[in-house]
Design a protein around this ligand. Sequence first.
Ligand SMILES: *Cc1c(COP(=O)(O)O)cnc(C)c1O
Length: 391
Amino acid sequence: MIPRFAPTYSYADLLRALSESRLGHGAEDLRQRLAGLFGLKYVFLFEAARVALYALLKAYNRPGGVLMPAYNCIVVPEAVHFAGYRPEFVDIDNDSLNMTVETLSRSMSSRISVVLATHLFGIPCDVEAVKRAVQRYDALVVEDAAPALGAQFRGRLAGTFGDAAVISFHSSKVISAETGGALLTDNEELARRVESLAEASSSPHGNIRTLATGMARKTATRPWIYSAAHRGYRIIRDERMYEVVPGRTERPSAFLKPCPDLSIRLVLRQLDRLNGILGQRRRLAQIYCQELSGLPGLSLPVTPEGSSPAWIQFPIQVGDKRAFYRHMQRHGVDLTWTYRYSCAESYGLDGFPNAQMAAKRVLGLPTHPSLSEVQARYICRVAKTYRASMS
Ligand SMILES: *Cc1c(COP(=O)(O)O)cnc(C)c1O
C-alpha cells in the first residue's frame, strides 16, 4: 500500500542524527543554515510552527484580531487564541483553496493586529498582493510557511516577503524531523523580544520522543506493515471525511518548548538534500497535473502565476470524498483527507461556505519524495478508473 505520508529521513539519518546530537552546536548550526537560506537575520527554533507563531504574537504584544484563511490547520487559530489574540477568518477561493485579496480587503479593519499569509499545502499565496491590501493599516504580515519550506513566488522563497514567517518540520511537511519549527524575521525589535521570551522558557529536549516516534513511523510506513495496520484500523472504524472539530481553548502547559536536538540534527542532514526533495515532490505533482487534468468530477489545484510550490501533498477536489477515498484504498493507495474541517466552524462562525465546501471535497495525493514516478503514474491510472466505474 502507498502511504499518504512517509518520513523524508532514513533509518541511517535517525541513527547518525542521534550520535551527532551529542556534539552540541546543532541549534546554532541550524539557525545559521536557515538564516543563510532565507537571507534573514534572525532565526528561532521551537518545538513546532504553532509554537513559533505563539512566541511571535507574545513578543509583538498587540492583542487584537489575527486574520487567516478559514480553511486551515486548526492549530493555527488555537495558537493565536493561546497568545491572547482573537482568531478571525477570511473565506477562501475554491480554485486556489486560499483566501483572496478581495475577501481579505473586506475583512481588514483597524482591529486587526496581524494578517497571516498562508501557503497552504506548500502552494505560495500572492504575498505581495496581501501586503498591498494590508498596507493602509498598521498590521503585521506574517507568512504561515509551515508547509512551504523551499516554495517560491516570483523567484523568491516563501517566508521572505512578510514581517516574519514560521516554518515546520513536523511529520507531514517538506522535510520531516517528527517535530520542530522555526521563526524567521529581519525585525530586530521583535527578535529581541522573542529571544527574551524563549530564554525564559526551559524544558527538557524530548530527544527520546523524537527517536521513538521516528523509528515507529519509519517502520509503520513499510508497505506490508502499513497495509496490515490500515486494514486493522478500518475494521475498528471508518475514517471520518468531514467534521466540526472543537478549537482548544486551554493552552497546554509548557507550550513554549524548544526544538529537540535530535530533530535539529535530522533537519540539518536533510537540508543538504532539500533541492532533491523539492525536485521529486514537483515531479510527482507535475505527473498528477498532466495525467489528471480535464477529468470530469475532479479538480486540480490552481497555483498563482509565478509560483513554484513545495507540495507537501497534491490537493484535489472530488464530489464524493468518501467514495473516491475508498476506491483508491481498494487499489492500495492511501490519501490524506486533510483538512476535513473548517476552522471558522470550530469557532462557531457562519458565513464561510467555501471553506466548508473545501473541507468536504479536498483529498491529498501523496508527494513524499520516496514515491517513484512509476507509482505516481499508477496512482493516476487508479484515479481514472474511478471515473470509469462511475459512468
Ligand atoms: C502544519 C501546519 C501548521 C502547524 O505546524 P506545526 O509545526 O505542526 O505547529 C500551521 N499552518 C499550516 C498551514 C500547516 O500546514
